[in-house]
Each structure stands twice: as structure tokens, then as C-alpha cells.
Design a protein. Structure first.
Length: 449
């Protein structure tokens, strides 16, 4: 592939895979869509003014920025509001579990050898301690009920029968203590159940409740404000007269919540530099996310506004497609801004490149385990930048999806993950890193609030 197959510079965000394929065919004489070997020829180099950060480095900078702002006071959170948070204090048992000897099964509590005379009244869960049993005596008992003193064992309902005189006979051998959950079997008061840093899952909520908690001490959700820029955006109806529907306003809040954030507001500012400056200086969010306006066009106000308010630019462009003109800035102590490109898939790229690691670190959530799979088909790459490609996942491979241009959402809407395609592309069977989507694996790690 020749160097003329790619546009360098500020307009390179419009990199077109189909255009490159056409030029590949022209240069090679091939009539198919096979991709040249990723490293078969020296890749074209960016021009001297290309100062964007490499994709892995940009993510590292975003994590570091999160650590610098992560010293936020833990809060006490009711259990029904704690899902997805990170424990800031150990979960320590407030009681023995179980807190009394309890029946593990429906059946009979018996004392001594059988057969047993059965009491008329049974023992149910939630009642006070029943009368003690004497040898040769049995009582009907429900799962979770308190064991009568001097009980030898529990006989399950299916393992006992009563004769015509009302005496209970075991149909299987009875072992001492069988199907009795003794007090403290799971834990004793003061035992550490879970350490600091544990992600609060539904199971953690259940354990906390069982151990006597009404609240947990956790790292609060990062507070995020979304500022939607652009005069060309409609909030309802069909596109018309050069106006287009705003896709990011409806999409970003839910995505940010899935990444563990609390979205405190979504504001539509248009292309108004004064409104943008006022919104930034007046925001008390931990993270401000803007959409569009990050390039150098006549109404791209993000860079000039950041300069006017004295923000520190940490990432100014990333060597990734789509999404090259994304940025990360520290606007003031305890606050950052992630500037996303206006094209929808490019904005998703920026969200996962910069916002995800920053939010994850602010929330003290553990980093996801690295995930990689071989590609089922070739993935066409940018000559010198990383490329993020929507893929669907199979048992042992990832399938690149079509409709993956910067302005398209059709591919990502059907995707399970984004494949991290190295410069030059990837062949079928080549293993690539995957960025999983927070809802892609049966809801694992999803935190919609």
C-alpha cells in the first residue's frame, strides 16, 4: 500500500477503509479484499507536526490522572444504592453466621435412636427457640428453623415415613449432626468477610445483609457532567435541512453509568464559546465530558476555552482511529475534562480510551483482566495508528464487523467488544487485544444506576 492511501494531519480522522482498499487493489492488481502482510513494507511515518500520544500511553496517562484525583472521602451507602461501588472498609461479620443452630432441610428433628414419637406441633423458621427434645422424640421442622436443644440430626422429608401409630422411621441411615447448620459455620463475629477494594456485586450485597449490615463504606461514584456541543444537532424527529440527530446525548449518560459514574447532568450548549466557558468554570463534577469541538475548525471552541481557563492539557490527540482528536485536560484541582470527537464511533473510541481508565481509577475499581482472541477475518489497519474495530465474539475468535466508520454506530450497536488492531492491520488468526463493552458478557460488571 502506498503512502498516498492515507491522509495525514488534522483531517486524518476521516480515514476511509474502503478508499484504502480501493488503492490497495489499484497498487497490487488484486481483485479481492485480502490485506497485505502487516509488516511487509515500511509503514508511512507521520509528518513532523503529528504530536498525538500513542494509544497505550494515552490510557496510562488517563489512569494516572484518576489516581491524582482519587483521594475522595469514603461514604456510607445504603445497600440498595451500593451496587458497583468499591468497598473502602473491610466487610467484617457483625454476627455469627448462622447466628443459631438451624435446619438445612425440611423434615424432622430427632433425638437419639429411632423409631421416634412425633410431636403434634412443628417448628417453623422465624420462631423462638423450641422446647428441647428427649431421646426417642421427633418434631416436624422447616428449613431455616432453630434446632431444638438436644437434637441429634435432621431427617429429610424424603428420607422418613410415619407408620399407622404416628411413629417416625428413617428410610436411610441417620448420621449424628446431619443436615444441621451449626452456629458460626460460615463465620464468627469479627471475621473479615471481604477486603478493602472489593467490587460490590449482587452477591456482596447479599452477604452484607446476611452479616447484619444496613450500609457499607465505599468509594463514591465519580460525578460526571456531559456537555453536548454543536449547532447542527436535533433532539427529536428526522434529520432535515443540514441538521442531524444528536446520537451522543442519549448514548453517553447510560454508557457512563455502566462505567460506574453518576451522571449529574446533560447540557446542550451548541457552538457557543461563552456558554462552554461558563459551564466549565461552574461545574463541580469530577469529570466533564464534551462532545465535538476538539479539532481546529472555526467553531471548535474546546481548545481555546481550556487555554483561557488555565487548564493543563494532559493528552492532546491520540494515535488511534477513529477518535484521533480526543483530549484529556486537568481543569482544576479534583476535576478533569475528556473531550470526545463529535462523530459517534470516534466518541466511543475516546470514551474507552480516556474516560474509562480515568473513571475506573477514580472509583478504585479493579482493572479488567486482559482479554485477547484471534480474529476470524482480516482487520484493516491504519498505517501508523492503532485502530479500534467493533467485533462480535465467538467461542474461540472475534469477527470484525462492517459499518465501522467514525460516524457510524451500526457496527458498535451489534458488537460485543472492540478489537485493538495494531498499525498495519491484522491477519485472520492473529490474536488481538479486546476492549469489552460493559454489558456484553451477560451483564457482568454492569452498574446501571
Amino acid at each position: 500500500m502506498t503512502a498516498r492511501a492515507v491522509r495525514t494531519g488534522d483531517d486524518a480522522e476521516d480515514f476511509d477503509v474502503e478508499e484504502v482498499l480501493a488503492l490497495v487493489k489499484e497498487d497490487s492488481g488484486r481483485e479481492d479484499n485480502t490485506v497485505p502482510a502487516p509488516h511487509s513494507a515500511p509503514a508511512p511515518q507521520p509528518h513532523a507536526g503529528h504530536q498525538a500520544a500513542p494509544w497505550p500511553e494515552a490510557r496510562t496517562v488517563a489512569e494516572r490522572a484518576g489516581r491524582s484525583g482519587a483521594r475522595r472521602a469514603p461514604v456510607s451507602v445504603a445497600l440498595d444504592a451500593a451496587l458497583g461501588l468499591t468497598l473502602a472498609a473491610p466487610l467484617t461479620a457483625l454476627t455469627d453466621l448462622p447466628s443459631f443452630d438451624t435446619s438445612a432441610m425440611d423434615g424432622w428433628a430427632v433425638a437419639g435412636p429411632g423409631p421416634w414419637d412425633v410431636r403434634d406441633e412443628g417448628v417453623l423458621a422465624g420462631h423462638a427457640e423450641p422446647e428441647a427434645l428427649t431421646d426417642g422424640e421427633a418434631v416436624r421442622i422447616a428449613t431455616g428453623a432453630r434446632i431444638p436443644p438436644d437434637t441429634t440430626a435432621i431427617i429429610r422429608s424424603e428420607h422418613g415415613r410415619c407408620d399407622t401409630q404416628g411413629r417416625l422411621h428413617a428410610t436411610r441411615e441417620v448420621g449424628h449432626g446431619q443436615d444441621i447448620r451449626p452456629r458460626g459455620q460460615e463465620c464468627r463475629t469479627g471475621d473479615q468477610l471481604l477486603p478493602v477494594g472489593t467490587l460490590v456485586t449482587p452477591a456482596v450485597l447479599g452477604l452484607a445483609a446476611a452479616a447484619g449490615y444496613d450500609t457499607v463504606t465505599a468509594i463514591p461514584r465519580p460525578r460526571v457532567e456531559v456537555l453536548v456541543l454543536g449547532d447542527e444537532l436535533l433532539t427529536e424527529g428526522l434529520p432535515h435541512d443540514g441538521l442531524i440527530r444528536d446520537a451522543l446525548g442519549p448514548m453517553l449518560p447510560s454508557w457512563l453509568r455502566a462505567l460506574g459514574a453518576e451522571v449529574i447532568g446533560v447540557r446542550r450548549l451548541g457552538d457557543d464559546a461563552k456558554a462552554l466557558r461558563k459551564a466549565l468554570t461552574g461545574s463541580d463534577a469530577d469529570l466533564v465530558v464534551t462532545t465535538g469541538g476538539t479539532a481546529s475548525g472555526p467553531v471548535d471552541h474546546v481548545h481555546p476555552t481550556l487555554e483561557r481557563i488555565g487548564a493543563e492539557l494532559l493528552v492532546n490527540g491520540v494515535k488511534v482511529r477513529p477518535g484521533h482528536p480526543m483530549l484529556l485536560a486537568r481543569t482544576k484541582d479534583g476535576q478533569h475534562l475528556v473531550g470526545l470527537p463529535g462523530n459517534p464511533l470516534a466518541a466511543v473510541s475516546g470514551l474507552l480510551t480516556l474516560a474509562e481508565p480515568l473513571l475506573r481509577t477514580l472509583a478504585a475499581r479493579p482493572a479488567p483482566e486482559p482479554l485477547a482472541l484471534p480474529l476470524q477475518d482480516a482487520a484493516h489497519g491504519h498505517p501508523y495508528d492503532t485502530r479500534l474495530v467493533p467485533v462480535s465474539l465467538r467461542v474461540d475468535s472475534a469477527v470484525p464487523l462492517h459499518y465501522n466508520g467514525p460516524a457510524m454506530l451500526r457496527g458498535i450497536a451489534a458488537a460485543d467488544a472492540l478489537a485493538v488492531v495494531p498499525p498495519g492491520g491484522a491477519r485472520p488468526g492473529q490474536e488481538v487485544e479486546l476492549l469489552d463493552l460493559p454489558w456484553a458478557f451477560a451483564g457482568i460488571e454492569v452498574c446501571f444506576t
